[in-house]
Design a protein around this ligand. Structure first.
Ligand SMILES: [Zn+2]
Ligand SMILES: [Zn+2]
Length: 240
């Protein structure tokens, strides 16, 4: 075990991590989630949508109802978990109350379960969905970037956070339908400096709802010269 990992292991043993689900110190020490709490998470299982990775009811469908309605510009993507109340609560804590450490569990689990599939995409970089800089200042970190860094480290893929920027605060998307979301978001992102040899990227984000954010960022990267865009989300609503 490399020294850095040994050190992390020692720190984890001395200071147990808080569980991303119940938020209590994790027992046994050294783990990232309680053995009981991991059962509260519904990890996406097959059959899932060939485009967005959402769990679907039958294998014959291949594509979820949302992806049948919208033609996305990205190639395809995966998601780790179903968006349930427990997952929603956990992600809210990450975004708004500084519980960045919960991303260690999600990022490492994502890399473990989807590592081979992500590696087979052969992407040149992982790109996090950016937050607006005023929000970044307030929050101290961008949860998608922290997630990207954990996954990148686990999978040996570089993270490139300068590919995308967010140029204004976007209205609360919850109230809007899919078409309104996309319209609202299409002007919200702009591409940064894209290195010439960056032909394919994996965009990562926390929640995939209608796919409007992924679509807006994908279009942005493609118009800046990226040829292939894949996506990965931590949580997605199931289609059943
Ligand atoms: Zn727990
Ligand atoms: Zn889909």
């Amino acid at each position: 075990m490399p020294v850095k990992m040994l050190y992390q292991r020692a720190v984890d043993l001395l200071f147990p991590r808080r569980c991303p689900i119940c938020e209590e110190p994790v027992m046994p020490k050294g783990e990232l989630i309680c053995p009981e709490c991991i059962r509260e998470i519904h990890f996406i299982k097959e059959p899932f949508c060939k485009v967005c990775g959402r769990e679907i009811g039958s294998r014959e469908d291949e594509i979820c109802s949302n992806c049948r309605r919208h033609r996305f510009s990205f190639e395809y993507g995966y998601a780790l978990m179903s968006y349930s109340d427990v997952v929603a609560h956990s992600i809210t804590r990450i975004k708004y109350t500084g519980a960045k450490e919960y991303l260690d569990f999600y990022g490492k689990t994502a890399a473990r379960i989807y590592g081979d599939r992500i590696k087979s995409m052969r992407v040149d970089a992982i790109v996090p969905v950016p937050v607006h800089k005023s929000r970044l200042k307030k929050r101290g970190y961008n949860q998608a970037q922290v997630l990207a860094e954990i996954m990148g480290r686990e999978l040996g893929i570089p993270v490139y956070e300068d590919a995308l920027y967010r140029n204004k605060k976007t209205a609360a998307l919850k109230e809007l339908n899919a078409a309104e979301r996309l319209k609202n978001l299409s002007s919200a992102f702009f591409a940064g400096e894209i290195p010439k040899d960056m032909r394919s990227v994996l965009i990562v984000d926390d929640i995939f709802t209608t796919g409007a954010t992924m679509e807006a960022t994908s279009r942005c990267l493609k118009s800046a010269g990226v040829e292939k865009v894949y996506c990965f989300s931590l949580a997605i609503k199931s289609d059943i």
